[in-house]
Design a protein around this ligand. Structure first.
Ligand SMILES: [Zn+2]
Length: 236
């Protein structure tokens, strides 16, 4: 992850894609990506449409920024999460509508649909409220995330984590879909919540979800998704 220009262009592209997909409003969202020296983060007050790679800010884990542009006012939770969660490389934040609606109601998303496992657990928690940009908000976000890769920020929005920029984007899409689904499900009666046993089986299956090939560990799992038998390299 060392060629910074290789990361800056895709960072801007994902921010634009996020807005085009209706997963954020204006320049409310922000994105950070881990690099060897610290992390890259989107700047303060520059629209995604006019943002160029030069605007992306480099920061270190002492909280210093480098260059002429200020980092997003929400840089603190990017810093805190990347420092605490060494299992991920990307932090993506947005004010996606349905995530924000649930966040305004301070509602966790329960396992109403098995795809909640995509966020790494059987719940997506909503944090209490703290003003944007504060150390208090960083602490609340870390607590709501726990070991998972998504949380709602009380009266604010959503944070998703990923190993890659594309992975974080896909998860944002999934979490907003779950938030939409749960908002509607609640409005027509609450729905059926999957129980602990049902979700444990899904989470076990998710260890191989989206994989292109299965490794030896995957083959030993009893709760794995069994692919069809392989016919060979070519057909006929
Ligand atoms: Zn925000």
């Amino acid at each position: 992850m060392n060629d910074l220009n290789d990361l800056r262009e895709p960072m801007i592209a994902i921010c634009r894609r996020m807005n085009a997909a209706g997963l954020n409003v204006g320049s409310a969202g922000n994105l950070s990506v881990r690099i060897d020296q610290g992390f890259l983060v989107t700047p303060s007050g520059i629209s995604y449409e006019t943002m160029t790679p030069d605007h992306i800010v480099t920061m270190d884990f002492s909280g210093r920024y480098y260059g002429n542009y200020l980092p997003t006012s929400e840089w603190r939770f990017h810093h805190a999460i990347l420092a605490a969660r060494t299992d991920i490389n990307v932090v993506l934040h947005s004010h996606a509508l349905y995530c924000s609606i649930l966040a305004c109601c301070r509602l966790d998303i329960p396992p109403i649909h098995y795809m909640i496992a995509a966020a790494g657990g059987d719940v997506i928690k909503c944090s209490d409220y703290a003003p944007f940009g504060t150390p208090e908000l960083s602490d609340l976000a870390l607590a709501a995330l726990g070991p998972r890769n998504a949380c709602l920020l009380g009266n604010h929005g959503v944070i998703v984590l990923g190993k890659t920029i594309d992975g974080a984007f896909d998860l944002l899409q999934e979490v907003e879909n779950l938030a939409h689904l749960y908002t509607v499900v609640r409005s027509i009666g609450g729905g059926a919540i999957l129980d602990e046993t049902q979700m444990a089986a899904v989470l076990e299956r998710f260890k191989t979800y989206g994989k292109q090939t299965l490794d030896a560990e995957d083959m030993k799992r009893t709760e794995r998704i069994v692919p069809p038998p392989r016919g060979g390299d070519t057909m006929g």
